[in-house]
Design a binder for this molecule. Structure first.
Ligand SMILES: Cc1ncc(COP(=O)(O)O)c(C=O)c1O
Length: 498
């Protein structure tokens, strides 16, 4: 649900943080507090030349800067209220530390040390970090696995219901949707199940900041009945990197508890540029979101059609949706299967970057994905199409896909032998990958993107997962978080487990 301009209780044409930045600069304040660059006067001229003076001019502290000593003008509070109203949530909270931090705040708001939280196992590594820091015990709800496409779909409500019945006493459920591939879970069905078990539903909607602003996009968490959701405004929205908002509705999660627990993690020096990016994006979306997102969807459809005509490319979309698959797919995510060309997404990604200066985010052993946002136009989309066509013409320059030992369905469902926190902080040693089989993992190992850990602390390592990761590495997979990035060795726990 989005505020229709002119019908909102608060004036959505205001952008309190953006306005405060402008007013601060116009009033000509002299600052004797951070940031020490003092509107760029202390910055290296070479940095000013590279970044532009405006970045420093607008990098202003909140307290005793954009707002007064007691924050009595409520600059941030007003911006958050406008956001909540714009998207139909009861509360919105801005964060300058990405969804990586917001999702931890959301988890902590629902469960504490030793308490259980149902978590969809396609969770991002930031969720696993949240489990490690908090000592929350995960009850994994496993995604559905398409063996033919080698694709994981978000778990269905039935799987959540089964997990609730199997493991009593969970404090809530954390669902991840949309995924980096744009596949969407059934939020409404999952919310219904969670509420029937009297637990709140948190949605990690890092990829869904745009969803509230066009009704032809997949359902967004608050509309679908979730209690708490986390969005990255820098991903599918147009805020600055790290801009994130978490939204709350209903009374299953207390806003007081949420803010107190988020305060444990938050910076005391939030970047006003990031806040302003979120604030400005909200106003832009309320005023023009429907039109701009509609345009982006039409552009994405045309791009999809043009890419589909290129021999060897299979553009995924409708085929990702249906019984046993996703409930919906974000049409702004163009996922391209390269299987027929016999090349991996990793090398195609690199070829496009070096030969065409076209950069993509997601690439895996057989796919690449391009995201379209309101920033795109027919020129950018035509560049994408022609770059992909050129890549196909030069397919001989791209090495054939290296065979990966892909696990069968269920083979990535590992035993959680210890709490992630215990295995991570407990005694550990680095052993050869062969010796690690059967041992309890003490680190997080996440192919990136999408950053979903294949192994996480406390899981018992299997031969299949080691073979998958090591063959993936040989094929071009990037694993930034393993202690030994070659995976010749793996960090395992030496504590006694059950
Ligand atoms: C599902 C999911 N959740 C959370 C995050 C973290 O978001 P951010 O990069 O805003 O910290 C990501 C990042 O890719 C993600 O894919």
């Amino acid at each position: 649900m989005f505020a229709i301009n002119g019908m909102s209780a608060v004036d959505q044409s205001h952008a309190p943080v953006v306005d405060a930045v402008r007013a601060y600069r116009d009033r000509g304040h002299l600052s004797f507090l951070p940031p020490g660059h003092k509107q760029g006067r202390g910055a290296d001229p070479r940095v000013l030349a590279a970044l532009g003076r405006a970045v420093f001019d607008s990098d202003i502290i909140m307290m005793n800067g954009l707002d007064d000593r007691t924050m009595s003008r409520g600059v941030l509070a007003k911006a958050e209220k406008l956001m909540a109203e714009a998207v139909g949530a009861d509360h919105a909270f801005f964060s300058t530390c990405g969804s990586s931090l917001s999702v931890k705040s959301a988890m902590l708001a629902v469960a504490g040390p030793g308490e259980k939280l149902l978590v969809s196992r396609n969770a991002h590594k930031s969720v696993v970090a949240g489990l490690i820091i908090s000592g929350v015990a995960p009850v994994w709800v496993h995604p559905r696995w398409d063996a033919e496409q080698h694709f994981a779909y978000p778990p269905e409500p039935d799987a959540v219901d089964e997990a609730c019945r199997r493991e009593s006493g969970a404090e809530g459920m954390l669902l991840i949707t949309p995924t980096d591939y744009g596949t969407c879970a059934d939020i409404a069905g999952t919310a219904e199940i969670c509420h029937s078990h009297d637990i709140p539903l948190i949605v990690d909607e890092a990829w869904g900041a745009h969803l509230p602003f066009h009704r032809d996009l997949p359902a967004w968490a608050m509309d679908a009945g979730a209690d708490l959701c986390v969005t990255s405004v820098h991903k599918m929205g147009c805020g600055l990197e790290q801009g994130s908002v978490y939204h709350l509705q209903g009374d299953r999660v207390s806003p007081t508890v949420l803010t107190a627990r988020a305060d444990l993690l938050d910076t005391t020096s939030p970047n006003a540029l990031i806040y302003a990016g979120i604030d400005g994006w909200r106003r832009h979306m309320v005023e023009h979101g429907h039109e701009l997102l509609g345009q982006a969807m039409r552009l994405a459809a045309d791009t999809r059609a043009a890419l589909s005509k290129i021999p060897g490319l299979r553009v995924l979309g409708a085929d990702l949706v249906g019984p046993g698959r996703a409930i919906d797919h974000d049409p702004l995510k163009i996922v391209i299967d390269l299987h027929e060309l016999g090349v991996a997404g990793y090398q195609v990604n690199e070829w496009l970057r070096s030969h065409q200066r076209v950069d993509l985010g997601l690439s895996d052993h057989r796919r690449v994905a391009a995201q379209i946002t309101i920033a795109d136009d027919s020129w950018t989309c035509e560049r994408l199409v022609s770059a992909m066509a050129d890549m196909v013409t030069h397919i001989d320059e791209i090495p054939s896909a290296w065979p990966i030992h892909l696990p069968e369905p269920g083979e990535l469902e590992l035993e959680q032998a210890a709490l992630p926190r215990d295995a991570f902080f407990g005694p550990a040693e680095q052993v050869s990958a062969d010796e690690a089989v059967g041992r309890v993992c003490a680190e997080t190992i996440s192919p990136y993107p999408p950053g979903v850990p294949a192994l996480l602390p406390g899981e018992r390592i299997t031969k299949t997962v080691v073979e998958y990761l090591r063959s993936g590495l040989a094929a071009g997979m990037y694993i930034p978080d393993a202690a030994d990035k070659s995976l010749a060795t793996i960090r395992v726990s030496t504590m006694t487990t059950k």
